[in-house]
Design a binder for this molecule. Structure first.
Ligand SMILES: *Cc1c(COP(=O)(O)O)cnc(C)c1O
Length: 388
């Protein structure tokens, strides 16, 4: 019957009807607490630039000088001739920082997750994922060939029941910090469970890396986990580090195995070397400037106290991701639009990104914000909130 145009048109129509149609903003400035869209300035509360490094002068300068030396494009995949000195230094720095034997760069977090899961897992294995895991982990697990099972969010006992009856090599996969909820996985309990059941634990720390733990190593440091408890540690560079790309850190065996067989690693052009150099600079800032994490933690506390006083529907998050639960998708969009008219950028997150009936405003805080920015946000939320 109908071909592709009819099918696409039907999808768009359905999305419009359900209040799920998505629009892109076009920024005319760098990331920062204030961004420019259509010639107008907005206070930005939807970026994942948690430490304010995406436009940091040192990071930008390192990018510029590396581009002068290495050019813009990497020219090839890592295994052909695209692997350059900045890539190699960054891998060594990330391995050292995370306390692992080795680290391996991927072009994006999405590619890393899909690539790690599809090369480690095969038919006959079992993979268990938290149902609120990032889409890239769920897609990777689904397409891996292994028996794929979701477990209820952060429900260690439900996972235990599933592990007890599982066949073959087992892998448990979670976000360290859940991207749309901001809460953290119970990593210590998960690590114990995995040890008991001889399962491998993989943690995607896209939102914890650089932000959590005393040194900024992330969720695993904050949970006090030994390196051996998390054989597969993955994180992205596009969030707290403010650059782009992703990495996986682990044993010599894991990394060499991925280099040899991960199709997502092998068959794609390496990141620009200048991005790797800029990431090295950002990593130095993470190490040298713990005040960024401390300031961010104060802003999070300030926002939560203020939101509580206003009776806003906070979720149980201690991270820089502070969603306000709205429920209805159209209502969430309406709120986001009203806030935008007042000069605040806050994304409405709707299905299919989150379960139906749990649409929300996803507020993110950054070390680049000031206390005044947070107070301004709270004042505006107080005005906009009574929704109906
Ligand atoms: C952003 C994100 C990714 C994807 O990383 P990209 O580099 O943006 O492709 C993967 N996992 C989680 C939890 C994320 O938040």
């Amino acid at each position: 019957m109908g071909g592709f145009p009819e099918r696409l048109a039907a999808v768009l129509e359905q999305r419009r009807k359900e209040g799920l149609f998505r629009h892109r903003l076009t920024l005319e400035s760098s990331q920062g607490p204030v961004v420019c869209v259509n010639g107008r300035q907005y206070l930005n509360f939807c970026s994942n630039d948690y430490l304010g490094l995406a436009a940091h002068p040192r990071v930008v300068e390192r990018f510029r000088s590396a581009a002068a030396q290495y050019g813009v494009g990497s020219g090839a995949s890592h295994l052909v001739c695209g692997h350059s000195a900045p890539h190699h230094q960054l891998e060594e720095a990330l391995a050292e920082f995370t306390g692992r034997a080795r680290a391996l760069l991927f072009s994006s977090g999405y590619m890393a997750n899909a690539g790690i899961l599809s090369s480690l897992l095969q038919r006959g294995d079992s993979v268990f994922e938290d149902r609120l895991n990032h889409a890239s982990l769920l897609d990777g697990g689904l397409h891996s060939g292994a028996r794929f099972q979701r477990f209820p969010h952060n429900d260690v006992s439900a996972l235990e029941v599933k592990l007890e009856s599982a066949q073959g090599p087992k892998m448990v996969v979670v976000d360290g910090v859940f991207s749309m909820d901001g809460d953290t996985a119970p990593l210590a309990a998960l690590a114990d469970l995995c040890t008991d059941h001889n399962a491998w634990l993989m943690v995607d720390d896209a939102h914890g890396f650089g932000v959590l733990g005393e040194r900024g190593v992330g969720s695993t440091e904050a949970a006090g986990l030994e390196v051996s408890c998390v054989p597969v540690l993955m994180a992205t560079l596009g969030k707290a580090l403010g650059t782009a790309g992703a990495f996986v850190a682990g044993s010599e065996l894991l990394i060499e195995g991925l280099i040899q067989q991960s199709r997502n690693y092998i068959y794609t052009t390496a990141l620009p070397p200048a991005v790797a150099a800029a990431s090295l600079e950002a990593l130095s800032l993470v190490r040298e400037e713990p005040w960024r994490r401390e300031h961010l933690a104060r802003l999070i506390a300030r926002f939560r106290v203020g939101a509580q006083q206003l009776g806003l529907p906070l979720m149980t998050s201690a991270s820089a991701i502070q969603p306000l639960l709205v429920g209805d998708a159209a209502l969430a969009v309406d709120l986001s639009n009203r806030l935008r008219e007042e000069g605040f950028l806050i994304g409405a997150i709707r299905p299919p990104t989150v379960p139906t009936g749990t649409s929300r405003l996803r507020i993110t805080l950054s070390a680049a914000h000031s206390e005044e920015h947070v107070d301004q946000l709270l004042e505006q939320l107080a005005v906009c909130w009574p929704v109906s």
